[in-house]
Design a protein around this ligand. Structure first.
Ligand code: AHR
Length: 504
């Protein structure tokens, strides 16, 4: 059996593990909100109409920050529609997802949900159809303590304390022609800079995110980031990145190697941001908020979009409820490895999305909630990746892929928490058909004790979790692991996600 070797040195540190790497996303899209996190008639609903079965899974997933309310949705959204007495809220058409929006759930309901879920709120503003004044109004409603028209309005809505939201997205994907209020980089750069500067006059400590490209294949990619950052460099802290991957033409090897694209994407955005830093002669660095990433079978949603007619507007239709496979879970695991590896510059990341719509959690109206295959790598990484990300010296056998050429068949990231003595190795075998051995050199940790070794794999890489068989794809103890002296040896099946946790 071919073998990969991994050496670990605790002094070679990339960066601290950012807890915000384990973010997620709730958009008013499909059934993420309605019959997802919120379903007043559900048997598990609490006094706020929030599904407690879903809340329990969100806590188990280990999510730390959640972006809200979109996405494409936010670019046509009036936040005022979603506050105040529910019976007075207007019903609107949402053009982004061709949906009827009842506005029964809005920002105060979301922040209440976020509080119960134990997550930070990351709020997106509409810079598609709206501008600086509406952004300031939203900010005043959310964050100002009291004594002004909009803060007192919030208090009259039963929310005495300000939400104190620190992380704000200045719009969403405004480089995309599909976006309501689509703009050129110049137009968006100016608007984002004006909005950011107005917000900073209210609170200089806010953390602001300018929109980067919707994806790396956009014709304007990199030029968009450069122009936007020339306008906004002094006013923002982050530039966003979005990426979705899918199995195409049954090319499993390329799909499993998708994190190669994410690695390149991050490196290119960092290079572009640092170029503008040099050009403007600034000392601060702009980091990346990778605030949408996941596996998403977009073809289906494109076809759906093409079939929309003037009559078929629905409330909370089923959209992109992907039945995620073992292979999808391995790709999600490798994308997490890429995000962790870049912890020095990717300091916020949100998997898109949380429930039902491209979600890690699936649930049925009136029925159960369960973990999709992709839930597991996220939950394990969020739980085990602690302390600092280490540089990995990994020498692995390689294989060919049509899209990325030769790629190492095993990828891994190591985290080490010197204070608590925890070491975690997160690894994928992304070879489509060959099991491999991973040898981990633990000479730097002579007293290492293995406390957990699990593997997520299946004879059928297309296996999924369903309502009838919700745990078919789950991590199981890895039966083929040995720790001898200071070498840990494990067999990693083809198409597998693996974790090793040690006390050192
Ligand atoms: O997450 C689904 C959609 O993907 C978001 O609304 C949009 O920002 C992206 O294109």
């Amino acid at each position: 059996m071919r073998t990969a070797s991994l050496s670990i040195d605790p002094t070679f540190v990339v960066a601290p593990v950012n807890r915000r790497t384990f973010g997620s996303f709730v958009e008013h899209m499909g059934r993420c909100v309605y019959t997802g996190i919120y379903e007043p008639d559900h048997p598990s609903a609490d006094e706020d109409g929030l599904r407690t079965d879903v809340l329990d899974l969100v806590r188990e997933l280990g999510v730390t920050v959640v972006r809200y309310p979109g996405g494409n949705f936010v670019s046509g959204y009036r936040w005022e529609d979603g506050v105040g007495p529910v019976e007075d809220r207007p019903t609107r058409l949402d053009s982004a997802w061709h949906t009827i929006e009842t506005n029964a759930f809005g920002l105060n309901e979301f922040t209440r949900w976020a509080h119960k879920a134990g997550v930070e709120t990351m709020m997106a503003m509409n810079l598609g159809t709206r501008g600086v004044q509406e952004a300031l109004d939203l900010f005043e409603y959310c964050n100002h303590p009291s004594g002004t028209a909009l803060s007192d309005l919030r208090i009259s809505h039963g929310v005495k304390d300000p939400h104190d939201i620190q992380l704000w997205c200045l719009g969403n994907e405004l480089d995309g022609p599909w976006q309501l209020g689509h703009k050129t980089a110049q137009e968006y750069g100016r608007l984002a800079a004006e909005t950011a500067s107005a917000l900073r006059q209210r609170d200089p400590s806010l953390q602001l995110i300018a929109c980067g490209s919707s994806h790396r294949q956009m014709p304007t990619f990199a030029a968009w980031e450069a122009t936007v950052l020339e306008h906004t460099y002094d006013q923002v802290d982050f530039i966003s990145a979005h990426a979705y991957y899918q199995l195409e033409n049954d090319d499993l090897a390329s799909f499993l190697a998708s994190s190669r694209d994410m690695d390149d994407f991050v490196n290119e955005v960092v290079a572009t941001a640092d170029h503008i830093r040099a050009k403007l002669r600034r000392s601060k660095r702009i980091n990346i908020s990778f605030d949408e990433w996941n596996v998403w079978y977009r073809e289906e949603s494109r076809q759906l979009r093409a079939s929309w007619s003037a009559e078929d507007w629905e409330v909370a239709p089923r959209l992109s409820e992907e039945p995620y496979t073992v292979a999808d879970a391995v790709v999600v695991g490798s994308l997490l490895l890429s995000l962790l590896r870049h912890s020095d510059r990717v300091t916020v990341a949100c998997q898109a999305q949380l429930v039902n719509t491209i979600g890690s959690i699936r649930c049925e109206p009136g029925g159960p909630a369960w973990r999709q295959s992709i839930f597991h790598p996220f939950a394990q990484a969020a739980r085990l990746a602690q302390g600092q990300v280490l540089h990995t010296a990994l020498s692995a056998p390689a294989h060919d892929t049509a899209r990325y050429g030769q790629v190492p068949s095993i990828d891994a990231v190591v985290t080490h928490d010197a204070e608590t003595g925890q070491l975690a190795v997160l690894a994928v075998n992304r070879h489509p058909g060959e099991e491999l051995t991973l040898e981990i050199d633990l000479r730097a940790f002579p007293a290492a004790r293995l406390t957990e070794a699990s593997v997520l794999a299946d004879d059928d890489w297309r296996a999924t979790n369903t309502q009838q068989d919700p745990d078919r794809v789950s991590p199981r103890p890895n039966p083929q692991v040995q720790l001898e002296d200071t070498t840990l040896r494990a067999v990693l099946p083809a198409v597998s996600w693996n974790v090793f946790h040690l006390e050192v």
